[in-house]
Design a protein around this ligand. Structure first.
Ligand SMILES: *Cc1c(COP(=O)(O)O)cnc(C)c1O
Length: 367
């Protein structure tokens, strides 16, 4: 039936429309003779800042670094607790550990995969210093409520925006609710570089100045180290690529929202599916996932029909080999999500017809 292979993602196709422009950007960096933290980085930071209400922006080496630096900026006492969802990509939790803090896992709402204030309240105690909400799959957490809870309890909020570029609630974009917004531009993200890259946004000028030093060996003045810092610098070529692709960010979101709408139309009425809320400004569909009791078998059947899917993520953080002893405890909601979630193709490399083919194949298998 479906003779055409539908990949989960095809980055070559995603980046093909920018080919000429990216070559041009590379050339101007090579000829410019300045390769790390230069004009291209400054330009990208300005552009990203403008799109985020003029908040300060700093390019860094990766999304993980953006999270670590965002946490380190506040000098929390060593070992302090940070509330983080139990169902997330490992980087969110790893950043807390690498900042010498203690992750406290909070079970999500099983329908939205997001944090709730109720869940936060359950795990909160006086040793908590921050909340690290993850806008998983591109859907925003209920940030106004979470920020209110944080204020009541004197907690900082570091948003993991690796999957949520430009998602918004009432015009306020992801990363602008909390004290820090941490972004990843890993090639598969909605705004993807052609290598590793990340960014931090923040409103506070003091925090910004400190982070600016921290990313570059803790130095404000060359060879003078005010802080014990990091090397987490963004390079000029990636920054140039990001500026180029940034011009199209709305097109990417619109394309994905349209594909999500088609999934909702095609898949409605299938009871075995648990779908998040319909497309809206609070979701940018980095990932379109469904929950299936028989997930592994259905994934295989889809593959037999030439439809490739992914699992985000197959193992819950508390069950990961390297983390079991650190994250001891039972997290049944997260474990169920990890056991049942399946990510369907939703990329700018896919057409509306691709999405209909995926939907039809899925319905056929489920019947
Ligand atoms: C990708 C991702 C990160 C880490 O970003 P890198 O650029 O790979 O370091 C962090 N959190 C989430 C939720 C992610 O999806």
């Amino acid at each position: 039936m479906n003779s055409k292979l539908i990949p989960y993602e095809d980055l070559k196709k995603v980046n093909a429309p920018y080919f000429g422009a990216l070559v041009q950007r590379s050339k101007s960096v090579i000829e410019g003779g300045w390769y790390v933290l230069g004009k291209a980085v400054e330009n990208f930071e300005k552009e990203f800042s403008t799109l985020h209400g003029g908040y300060h922006c700093l390019g860094v080496a990766s999304g993980l670094d953006a999270l670590i630096l965002g946490l380190v900026a506040f000098d929390f006492p060593k070992g302090s607790k940070v509330l983080v969802p139990s169902n997330t990509y490992i980087a969110s939790i790893l950043s807390i550990i690498r900042a010498d803090l203690t992750p406290v896992l909070v079970e999500p709402d099983p329908k939205t995969y997001n944090l709730t204030v109720e869940g936060l309240r359950k795990q909160y105690d006086k040793d908590c210093v921050a909340i690290l909400p993850v806008h998983l799959y591109g859907r925003l957490n209920p940030m106004p409520e979470i920020v209110e809870f944080a204020k009541e309890n004197n907690l900082k909020v570091i948003e993991d925006c690796a999957q949520s570029h430009f998602a918004e609630i009432n015009g306020v974009k992801s990363g602008m609710f909390g004290d820090i917004g941490a972004f990843s531009f890993y090639p598969t993200k909605n705004l993807g570089a052609l290598g590793d890259a990340g960014a931090i946004i923040c409103k506070d000028s003091e925090v910004y100045n400190k982070l600016k030093a921290l990313r570059n060996y803790g130095s404000e003045k060359k060879y003078h180290n005010k802080y014990v810092g990091w090397n987490s610098r963004l390079d000029e070529i990636q920054a140039g690529f990001l500026s180029e692709k940034l011009q199209d960010y709305q097109k990417v979101i619109d394309h994905k929202r349209n594909l999500a709408t088609i999934y909702f139309e095609e898949l409605k009425g299938i009871e075995t599916l648990t779908l998040p809320a319909p497309a809206g400004a609070d979701h940018v569909w980095h990932i379109f996932n469904i929950l299936l009791k028989d997930r592994d078998r259905i994934k295989e059947k889809l593959a037999e029909k030439g439809i490739l899917t992914e699992i985000h993520y197959p193992v819950a953080p508390n069950l990961q080999e390297g983390y079991r002893s650190i994250l001891a405890g039972n997290y049944p909601i997260s474990e169920k999500i990890h056991a049942e979630t399946l990510s369907l193709p939703i990329s700018t490399c896919h057409s509306e017809d691709d999405i209909r083919s995926v939907s039809n194949a899925l319905i056929e298998i489920l019947n």
